[in-house]
Design a protein around this ligand. Structure first.
Ligand SMILES: Nc1ccn([C@@H]2O[C@H](COP(=O)(O)OP(=O)(O)OP(=O)(O)O)[C@@H](O)[C@H]2O)c(=O)n1
Ligand SMILES: C[C@](O)(CO)[C@H](O)COP(=O)(O)O
Length: 260
Protein backbone atom coordinates (compact mmCIF):
# COMPACT_ATOMS: atom_id res chain seq x y z
CA UNK A 1 0.00 0.00 0.00
CA UNK A 2 1.19 3.51 -0.82
CA UNK A 3 2.47 5.37 2.26
CA UNK A 4 2.02 9.09 2.95
CA UNK A 5 3.94 10.88 5.70
CA UNK A 6 4.00 14.55 6.66
CA UNK A 7 7.04 16.52 7.78
CA UNK A 8 5.61 19.22 10.05
CA UNK A 9 8.14 22.05 10.35
CA UNK A 10 8.12 23.69 13.78
CA UNK A 11 11.81 24.38 14.42
CA UNK A 12 11.56 28.12 13.76
CA UNK A 13 11.98 30.71 16.47
CA UNK A 14 9.14 33.09 15.57
CA UNK A 15 11.32 36.22 15.51
CA UNK A 16 8.80 38.15 13.42
CA UNK A 17 6.08 37.55 16.04
CA UNK A 18 8.04 39.77 18.42
CA UNK A 19 6.58 40.11 21.94
CA UNK A 20 3.30 38.50 20.74
CA UNK A 21 5.25 35.22 20.76
CA UNK A 22 5.73 35.48 24.54
CA UNK A 23 9.36 34.40 24.22
CA UNK A 24 8.30 30.90 23.09
CA UNK A 25 9.44 29.07 19.93
CA UNK A 26 6.61 29.79 17.46
CA UNK A 27 5.32 26.20 17.45
CA UNK A 28 4.55 26.47 21.17
CA UNK A 29 2.77 29.84 20.91
CA UNK A 30 -0.89 29.35 21.89
CA UNK A 31 -3.70 30.16 19.46
CA UNK A 32 -7.04 30.16 21.31
CA UNK A 33 -5.23 28.21 24.05
CA UNK A 34 -3.67 25.51 21.85
CA UNK A 35 -0.02 25.55 20.64
CA UNK A 36 0.30 26.13 16.89
CA UNK A 37 2.14 22.84 16.36
CA UNK A 38 -0.58 20.82 18.08
CA UNK A 39 -3.31 22.55 16.09
CA UNK A 40 -1.40 21.86 12.85
CA UNK A 41 -0.87 18.19 13.80
CA UNK A 42 -4.58 17.79 14.56
CA UNK A 43 -5.35 19.22 11.10
CA UNK A 44 -3.06 16.64 9.50
CA UNK A 45 -4.74 13.85 11.49
CA UNK A 46 -8.21 15.13 10.48
CA UNK A 47 -7.25 14.80 6.81
CA UNK A 48 -7.25 11.02 7.33
CA UNK A 49 -4.78 10.27 4.51
CA UNK A 50 -1.49 9.98 6.44
CA UNK A 51 0.52 7.13 7.97
CA UNK A 52 2.64 9.32 10.23
CA UNK A 53 3.99 12.78 11.05
CA UNK A 54 7.60 13.80 11.74
CA UNK A 55 7.70 17.10 13.64
CA UNK A 56 10.89 19.20 13.49
CA UNK A 57 11.54 21.29 16.60
CA UNK A 58 14.25 23.56 18.05
CA UNK A 59 17.05 21.66 19.82
CA UNK A 60 16.46 23.48 23.10
CA UNK A 61 12.75 22.62 23.33
CA UNK A 62 12.62 18.91 22.48
CA UNK A 63 11.03 17.92 25.80
CA UNK A 64 8.29 20.60 25.64
CA UNK A 65 7.31 19.54 22.11
CA UNK A 66 7.42 15.79 22.92
CA UNK A 67 5.09 16.39 25.88
CA UNK A 68 2.39 17.56 23.44
CA UNK A 69 2.23 14.08 21.85
CA UNK A 70 1.69 11.55 24.68
CA UNK A 71 2.01 7.97 23.43
CA UNK A 72 3.75 9.33 20.31
CA UNK A 73 0.44 9.95 18.51
CA UNK A 74 -1.50 13.06 17.57
CA UNK A 75 -3.89 13.49 20.54
CA UNK A 76 -7.42 12.34 19.76
CA UNK A 77 -6.19 10.12 16.91
CA UNK A 78 -4.01 7.06 16.29
CA UNK A 79 -1.68 8.92 13.89
CA UNK A 80 1.97 8.10 14.86
CA UNK A 81 4.31 11.02 15.58
CA UNK A 82 8.09 11.32 15.82
CA UNK A 83 9.62 14.54 17.16
CA UNK A 84 13.12 15.33 15.81
CA UNK A 85 15.53 18.25 16.12
CA UNK A 86 15.41 20.59 13.11
CA UNK A 87 18.14 22.74 11.58
CA UNK A 88 19.21 26.37 11.30
CA UNK A 89 17.08 26.94 8.17
CA UNK A 90 13.66 25.65 7.14
CA UNK A 91 15.39 23.66 4.36
CA UNK A 92 17.72 22.00 6.90
CA UNK A 93 14.73 21.25 9.13
CA UNK A 94 12.87 19.52 6.30
CA UNK A 95 16.01 17.49 5.52
CA UNK A 96 16.13 16.42 9.20
CA UNK A 97 12.43 15.54 9.02
CA UNK A 98 13.01 13.38 5.94
CA UNK A 99 15.69 11.44 7.84
CA UNK A 100 13.13 10.78 10.57
CA UNK A 101 10.56 9.15 8.28
CA UNK A 102 12.17 5.70 7.80
CA UNK A 103 12.51 4.99 11.56
CA UNK A 104 8.93 6.18 12.14
CA UNK A 105 7.43 3.96 9.42
CA UNK A 106 9.60 1.03 10.55
CA UNK A 107 8.30 1.41 14.11
CA UNK A 108 4.70 1.25 12.87
CA UNK A 109 5.20 -1.65 10.46
CA UNK A 110 4.34 0.50 7.41
CA UNK A 111 6.46 0.32 4.26
CA UNK A 112 7.20 2.35 1.16
CA UNK A 113 6.53 0.71 -2.23
CA UNK A 114 8.82 3.10 -4.10
CA UNK A 115 11.97 2.59 -2.01
CA UNK A 116 11.81 6.19 -0.84
CA UNK A 117 11.45 7.09 2.85
CA UNK A 118 7.71 7.25 2.09
CA UNK A 119 5.90 7.07 -1.26
CA UNK A 120 4.31 10.49 -0.71
CA UNK A 121 5.78 13.21 1.54
CA UNK A 122 3.77 16.29 2.50
CA UNK A 123 5.81 19.18 3.93
CA UNK A 124 3.65 21.40 6.11
CA UNK A 125 4.33 24.52 8.21
CA UNK A 126 3.16 24.47 11.83
CA UNK A 127 2.71 28.20 11.16
CA UNK A 128 -0.16 27.29 8.76
CA UNK A 129 -2.08 25.52 11.49
CA UNK A 130 -5.57 26.47 10.25
CA UNK A 131 -5.17 24.78 6.85
CA UNK A 132 -8.43 22.93 6.11
CA UNK A 133 -8.14 19.11 5.94
CA UNK A 134 -9.59 19.16 2.41
CA UNK A 135 -6.53 21.09 1.15
CA UNK A 136 -4.25 18.46 2.75
CA UNK A 137 -6.27 15.65 1.13
CA UNK A 138 -6.27 17.38 -2.27
CA UNK A 139 -2.46 17.73 -2.30
CA UNK A 140 -1.98 14.11 -1.16
CA UNK A 141 -4.46 12.84 -3.76
CA UNK A 142 -2.80 14.77 -6.59
CA UNK A 143 0.60 13.21 -5.78
CA UNK A 144 -0.95 9.73 -5.45
CA UNK A 145 -2.57 10.29 -8.86
CA UNK A 146 0.84 10.88 -10.48
CA UNK A 147 1.77 14.59 -10.14
CA UNK A 148 5.22 14.35 -8.52
CA UNK A 149 5.31 17.85 -7.04
CA UNK A 150 2.15 19.70 -5.98
CA UNK A 151 1.66 22.97 -4.10
CA UNK A 152 -1.56 24.64 -2.92
CA UNK A 153 -1.80 28.32 -3.83
CA UNK A 154 -4.16 31.28 -3.97
CA UNK A 155 -4.37 34.21 -6.38
CA UNK A 156 -2.70 37.41 -5.16
CA UNK A 157 -4.85 40.48 -4.59
CA UNK A 158 -2.11 43.14 -4.40
CA UNK A 159 -0.26 44.39 -7.45
CA UNK A 160 3.29 43.02 -7.16
CA UNK A 161 6.26 45.14 -8.22
CA UNK A 162 9.89 44.12 -8.49
CA UNK A 163 12.34 46.64 -7.01
CA UNK A 164 16.03 47.45 -6.91
CA UNK A 165 18.01 48.04 -3.71
CA UNK A 166 16.65 50.40 -1.05
CA UNK A 167 18.41 53.75 -1.36
CA UNK A 168 19.71 56.01 1.42
CA UNK A 169 16.39 57.90 1.74
CA UNK A 170 14.47 54.63 2.22
CA UNK A 171 13.00 54.54 -1.32
CA UNK A 172 13.64 51.76 -3.86
CA UNK A 173 13.34 52.02 -7.65
CA UNK A 174 10.64 49.88 -9.30
CA UNK A 175 12.21 47.68 -11.97
CA UNK A 176 9.11 45.80 -13.15
CA UNK A 177 5.38 45.31 -12.59
CA UNK A 178 4.53 41.62 -12.70
CA UNK A 179 1.46 40.32 -14.57
CA UNK A 180 -0.86 39.62 -11.65
CA UNK A 181 -3.20 37.12 -13.34
CA UNK A 182 -0.35 34.62 -13.56
CA UNK A 183 0.88 35.06 -9.96
CA UNK A 184 0.03 32.74 -7.06
CA UNK A 185 0.86 32.90 -3.34
CA UNK A 186 2.05 29.46 -2.38
CA UNK A 187 0.99 27.68 0.82
CA UNK A 188 1.57 24.32 2.47
CA UNK A 189 1.33 21.34 2.63
CA UNK A 190 3.53 20.89 -0.41
CA UNK A 191 3.35 17.30 -1.65
CA UNK A 192 6.00 15.26 -3.43
CA UNK A 193 6.86 11.79 -4.60
CA UNK A 194 9.21 10.75 -1.79
CA UNK A 195 12.09 9.80 -4.11
CA UNK A 196 11.94 13.20 -5.83
CA UNK A 197 11.96 15.16 -2.57
CA UNK A 198 14.89 13.13 -1.19
CA UNK A 199 16.85 13.83 -4.39
CA UNK A 200 15.94 17.53 -4.31
CA UNK A 201 17.15 17.91 -0.72
CA UNK A 202 20.36 16.02 -1.46
CA UNK A 203 21.01 18.40 -4.38
CA UNK A 204 20.04 21.41 -2.23
CA UNK A 205 22.49 20.37 0.49
CA UNK A 206 25.27 20.33 -2.13
CA UNK A 207 24.61 24.04 -2.67
CA UNK A 208 25.01 24.75 1.03
CA UNK A 209 21.49 24.87 2.47
CA UNK A 210 22.71 27.51 4.95
CA UNK A 211 21.25 30.98 5.65
CA UNK A 212 22.71 32.33 2.39
CA UNK A 213 21.70 29.55 0.01
CA UNK A 214 18.62 27.82 1.52
CA UNK A 215 15.38 28.17 -0.43
CA UNK A 216 12.18 29.26 1.29
CA UNK A 217 10.12 26.31 0.02
CA UNK A 218 10.60 22.71 -1.06
CA UNK A 219 9.03 23.19 -4.47
CA UNK A 220 11.87 25.62 -5.22
CA UNK A 221 14.40 22.81 -4.71
CA UNK A 222 12.41 20.58 -7.05
CA UNK A 223 12.15 23.34 -9.68
CA UNK A 224 15.92 23.82 -9.45
CA UNK A 225 16.27 20.19 -10.59
CA UNK A 226 14.23 20.97 -13.71
CA UNK A 227 11.16 19.09 -12.47
CA UNK A 228 7.65 20.37 -13.18
CA UNK A 229 5.72 21.59 -10.13
CA UNK A 230 1.91 21.83 -10.24
CA UNK A 231 -0.48 24.12 -8.37
CA UNK A 232 -3.84 23.09 -6.89
CA UNK A 233 -6.31 25.43 -5.16
CA UNK A 234 -5.22 26.56 -1.70
CA UNK A 235 -7.39 28.27 0.90
CA UNK A 236 -7.39 31.61 2.70
CA UNK A 237 -7.48 29.74 6.04
CA UNK A 238 -4.06 28.29 5.21
CA UNK A 239 -2.52 31.69 6.06
CA UNK A 240 0.97 31.65 7.55
CA UNK A 241 1.13 33.04 11.07
CA UNK A 242 4.24 35.20 10.78
CA UNK A 243 3.55 38.60 12.36
CA UNK A 244 1.45 39.74 15.36
CA UNK A 245 -1.30 40.80 12.91
CA UNK A 246 -1.47 37.25 11.52
CA UNK A 247 -1.82 35.85 15.04
CA UNK A 248 -4.58 38.34 15.87
CA UNK A 249 -6.36 37.50 12.60
CA UNK A 250 -6.21 33.77 13.34
CA UNK A 251 -7.61 34.37 16.87
CA UNK A 252 -10.42 36.43 15.33
CA UNK A 253 -11.21 33.74 12.75
CA UNK A 254 -11.52 31.09 15.47
CA UNK A 255 -13.58 33.26 17.82
CA UNK A 256 -15.94 34.27 14.97
CA UNK A 257 -16.47 30.62 14.04
CA UNK A 258 -17.03 29.58 17.67
CA UNK A 259 -19.62 32.35 18.03
CA UNK A 260 -21.43 31.37 14.82
N1 LIG B 1 15.05 26.66 11.01
C1 LIG B 1 13.75 26.58 10.79
C2 LIG B 1 13.00 27.72 10.40
C3 LIG B 1 11.63 27.58 10.20
N2 LIG B 1 11.04 26.38 10.39
C4 LIG B 1 9.59 26.24 10.24
O1 LIG B 1 9.18 26.64 8.94
C5 LIG B 1 7.88 27.21 8.99
C6 LIG B 1 7.87 28.55 8.25
O2 LIG B 1 8.81 29.40 8.87
P1 LIG B 1 8.42 30.80 9.50
O3 LIG B 1 6.99 31.04 9.49
O4 LIG B 1 9.34 31.79 8.86
O5 LIG B 1 8.81 30.56 11.05
P2 LIG B 1 9.99 31.13 11.88
O6 LIG B 1 11.31 30.80 11.27
O7 LIG B 1 9.74 30.65 13.26
O8 LIG B 1 9.72 32.71 11.82
P3 LIG B 1 10.75 33.91 11.94
O9 LIG B 1 11.47 33.99 10.62
O10 LIG B 1 9.86 35.07 12.21
O11 LIG B 1 11.69 33.60 13.08
C7 LIG B 1 7.50 27.38 10.46
O12 LIG B 1 6.50 26.42 10.79
C8 LIG B 1 8.80 27.17 11.19
O13 LIG B 1 8.68 26.57 12.46
C9 LIG B 1 11.78 25.27 10.75
O14 LIG B 1 11.23 24.17 10.94
N3 LIG B 1 13.13 25.39 10.94
C1 LIG C 1 6.91 27.29 2.64
C2 LIG C 1 6.18 28.62 2.65
O1 LIG C 1 5.22 28.64 3.67
C3 LIG C 1 5.44 28.73 1.31
O2 LIG C 1 4.81 29.97 1.22
C4 LIG C 1 7.13 29.78 2.82
O3 LIG C 1 8.02 29.84 1.73
C5 LIG C 1 7.89 29.78 4.14
O4 LIG C 1 8.65 30.96 4.22
P1 LIG C 1 9.32 31.47 5.59
O5 LIG C 1 10.08 32.72 5.24
O6 LIG C 1 10.19 30.35 6.06
O7 LIG C 1 8.20 31.78 6.52
Amino acid sequence: MVSSVAVLTAAGSGTRLGPAGAGLPKGLVPLAGEPLVLRAARGLAAAGCLDGVVVTVPAGSLAEFRALFPGDVVPGSALPVAVVVGGATRQASVAAGLRGIRPLLASTGSTSESGACADVVLVHDAARCLTPPEVIRAVDAAVRAGRRAVVPAVAVTDTIKQTGPTEADGAAAVTATLHRAALRAVQTPQGFAGLLLEDAHAAGAEHGGDEATALSDDAGLVEAMGEQVYVVPGHERALKITTPVDLALAELLLSTEEGA
